[in-house]
Write a protein that binds this ligand. Structure first.
Ligand code: SF4
Length: 113
């Protein structure tokens, strides 16, 4: 009786662990799509945005030449921290859970490798 109970408990535990592992993998696959599609746009009034002098329109920022890139050529699309290659609004590593304007800029801009 005890052996049957233990075997059943082991099977149940294994099934739970497999389900959790599979859910995690599926979740990881969905995250990039969900980020690009569903995350809110960062507001320029957001505390992090203010601290980093983020603006939706890079042309309105006070930029300087940096890392061999002219100020006028710097925006979120060619920054190391952008998390997608397409879309008007994209995830940025510095604004977790939100998206930034592809035409935006902040003082943490770093030339994409
Ligand atoms: S870190 Fe880069 S991608 Fe993110 S807001 Fe600043 S310039 Fe844009």
């Amino acid at each position: 009786m005890s052996n049957n109970f233990d075997a059943g408990r082991r099977r149940a535990t294994g099934l739970i662990l497999k389900t959790v592992a599979l859910s995690s993998v599926v979740g990881l696959v969905k995250i990039p799509f969900a980020l690009a599609q569903d995350l809110p746009h960062v507001e320029e009034s957001d505390a992090t945005a203010v601290a980093l002098k983020y603006v939706h329109d890079a042309a309105k920022a006070t930029r300087v030449d940096k890392m061999g890139v002219a100020a006028a050529d710097q925006d979120c699309t060619n920054c190391q921290f952008i998390q997608a290659d397409a879309g008007d609004w994209r995830p940025c590593m510095l604004f977790p859970g939100k998206t930034v304007s592809a035409k935006g800029w902040c003082m943490s801009w770093t030339k994409k490798a």
